[in-house]
Design a protein around this ligand. Structure first.
Ligand SMILES: Nc1ncnc2c1ncn2[C@@H]1O[C@H](COP(=O)(O)OP(=O)(O)OP(=O)(O)O)[C@@H](O)[C@H]1O
Length: 251
């Protein structure tokens, strides 16, 4: 197995006259957490969309564990081990926590055994769901209707839904967006737990959170990667300070 989990090779994206991604090449090593930062409009979500297969009209290539997957749709990339969560929560709000997780668990297993046939399958499903309820801290909320819960719990559920198919690579787009201050520590711990043994690309505007969770920081501006390194290296980089972190220095 290659040590590189995900690779962008000369990726460019244009929206009309706007070049949202400008010839980006980058290797994401297996098992590391990458924090993607940069000013609004830098191209972070667009890059995640390219990697997840939601934006197929791009130049250059995307490789997953050495295989070119540039033309694969999101569901095909999911079968290659790529999981994606969104800025805006993508759960079924009218269904219970359990029902949301059950749907995700069925996606994991349905390729192998029709779910209405095998009792063993059903018990495997239940085991997976129970483990995910435990991991996400949602056991006590299993019968709650998802859309009635706090935003922090909904984000935890969304992460559970993303994790249930067993992705080796996680693309997380602002997993803290909209959650209350009191829920940030819990959400940070959950992402840390979910990241173990996985390659993670994380977009997050909370600098303390992203610096504490990431092994590497990749800084984007105007569609390009302008710096990368460990959190300490990036914090000390003068270009980054003037382009991005400088905005926070006064605060
Ligand atoms: N579907 C689209 N059509 C046209 N322009 C788009 C589209 N998606 C993104 N853009 C533009 O591409 C640029 C990069 O957007 P992107 O959302 O990737 O930035 P970002 O770094 O994720 O920003 P933010 O931190 O605000 O989410 C922006 O100028 C944005 O307006």
């Amino acid at each position: 197995m290659t040590a590189i989990a995900l690779q962008c090779l000369n990726v460019s994206v244009e929206f009309g006259a706007l070049r949202a991604i400008d010839d980006v090449s980058y290797d994401f090593a297996r098992g590391l957490v990458y924090g993607l930062i940069g000013p609004n409009g830098a191209g972070k979500t667009t890059l995640l969309n390219v990697l997840a297969g939601r934006l197929l009209k791009h130049k250059g290539s995307v490789l997953c564990e050495g295989q070119d997957m540039s033309s694969l749709a999101p569901y095909q990339r999911a079968t290659k081990g790529i999981g994606r969560s969104f800025q805006i929560t993508q759960i079924y709000p009218a269904l219970s926590v359990l029902e949301n997780l059950r749907i995700a668990a069925q996606i994991k297993h349905s390729r192998f055994v029709p779910f209405w046939i095998s009792p063993r399958y059903d018990s495997q499903l239940a085991t997976d769901i129970d483990a995910m309820l435990e991991l996400t801290g949602l056991t006590a909320y299993r019968d709650n209707i998802a859309g009635t819960m706090s935003y922090g719990l909904q984000r935890a559920l969304e992460l559970g839904v993303t994790l249930l198919p067993g992705p080796r690579i996680l693309l997380l787009d602002e997993p803290m967006a909209g959650i209350g201050h009191h829920e940030i520590d819990g959400a940070t711990r959950l992402i840390q737990t979910a990241s173990a043994g996985r390659t993670v690309l994380l977009i997050e505007h909370n600098m303390d959170v992203i610096m504490s969770l990431s092994n590497r920081i990749v800084v984007m501006s105007n569609g390009s990667i302008i710096a990368q390194g460990t959190p300490d290296q990036v914090k000390a980089d003068p270009t980054v300070r003037s382009v991005y972190l400088g905005e926070d220095e006064s605060s």
